[in-house]
Ligand binder design. Structure first.
Ligand code: GLV
Ligand code: MN
Length: 218
C-alpha cells in the first residue's frame, strides 16, 4: 500500500513547480534594476536603495497613441523592466498596442509570459494557435478582454475603418517577443534557405523573395 506521505510530497512538488511558471517571486520589497550594471544574473542586479526614487516605478509612455510608421500598420509600446526599472523581480509588465485601419500585430510568441489585452479603442480580430494547431479566434471590442496563453503564437488585426488600441498585461517583467516571420526569415546569421524551403515546401527563390521583403529597408 502507498504511504500517504508519498502523494503529499508529490503535491508539494507540484505546488513548487507550478510557482515557477511565471517570473520567480521577489526575495525583498524592491530590487530596482541597475540597467547599467555589467553584472549578468537572471534579471538585473539591484541598485543601492539610497539611489531609489518614485521615478524608478513610474512611466508615462503609454498615455498617448504611438506614431505608426511601418508597413505592418501597428506599433507596440512596451512598459517593461527596461522602461520601469522598479519592475525588476516583480513579475509583471504592460504594453500599449496601436493599430491603423488594416494594421496587424503579426504572429508572435512571448516565451516568458501569458498576455491579457483590454481594448481601449476600436475593434480587433484576435487569435492564438494551440500546439494541436487549432486556431482560437474572435472579434473583441472596446472594453473587452482577451487572453493569449504563455508561449502560444498569436496575432491581432484591425479590420475596422478606424484606429484601434489595446492595453496588454504580462506576468513577466520582460516577456520577450519572438515574431515568427522575422525569427525564420530575418535571423542573423540567416536560417539556411534549404531548411526554410523544405520546411515550407517552397523553392529557394521564394525563400529569398520572402527574406528580401523582410530585410530592414535602407
Ligand atoms: C500583443 O500581442 C503584444 O504582444 O503587445
Ligand atoms: Mn503578444
Amino acid at each position: 500500500m502507498t504511504s500517504p506521505a508519498v502523494p503529499l510530497s508529490l503535491l508539494l512538488l507540484f505546488a513548487i513547480l507550478s510557482n515557477t511558471f511565471a517570473d520567480p517571486d521577489p526575495l525583498q520589497d524592491t530590487c530596482v534594476a541597475d540597467l547599467s550594471s555589467g553584472v549578468t544574473i537572471n534579471g538585473f542586479v539591484c541598485k543601492p536603495s539610497n539611489n531609489v526614487s518614485a521615478n524608478d516605478f513610474f512611466f508615462d509612455g503609454l498615455k498617448n497613441p504611438g506614431l505608426i510608421n511601418n508597413s505592418l500598420g501597428s506599433l507596440v509600446t512596451a512598459a517593461n523592466v527596461l522602461k520601469i526599472p522598479g519592475l525588476n523581480t516583480l513579475g509583471v509588465s504592460l504594453a500599449r498596442v496601436d493599430y491603423a485601419p488594416g494594421g496587424v500585430n503579426p504572429p508572435h510568441t512571448h516565451p516568458r509570459a501569458t498576455e491579457i489585452v483590454f481594448v481601449l479603442e476600436g475593434e480587433l480580430e484576435v487569435g492564438f494557435i494551440t500546439t494541436a494547431n487549432i486556431l482560437i479566434t474572435r472579434t473583441i471590442m472596446v472594453g473587452e478582454v482577451f487572453t493569449f496563453p504563455k508561449g502560444l503564437v498569436h496575432f491581432q488585426i484591425n479590420n475596422g475603418v478606424g484606429n484601434a488600441s489595446v492595453l496588454a498585461a504580462f506576468n513577466s517583467q520582460l516577456p520577450g517577443t519572438q515574431a515568427i516571420a522575422l525569427a525564420l526569415f530575418a535571423a542573423s546569421p540567416p536560417v539556411p534557405d534549404n531548411v526554410l524551403a523544405k520546411a515550407f515546401q517552397i523553392g529557394t527563390m521564394e525563400v529569398d523573395n520572402i527574406k528580401s521583403g523582410l530585410a530592414p529597408k535602407k
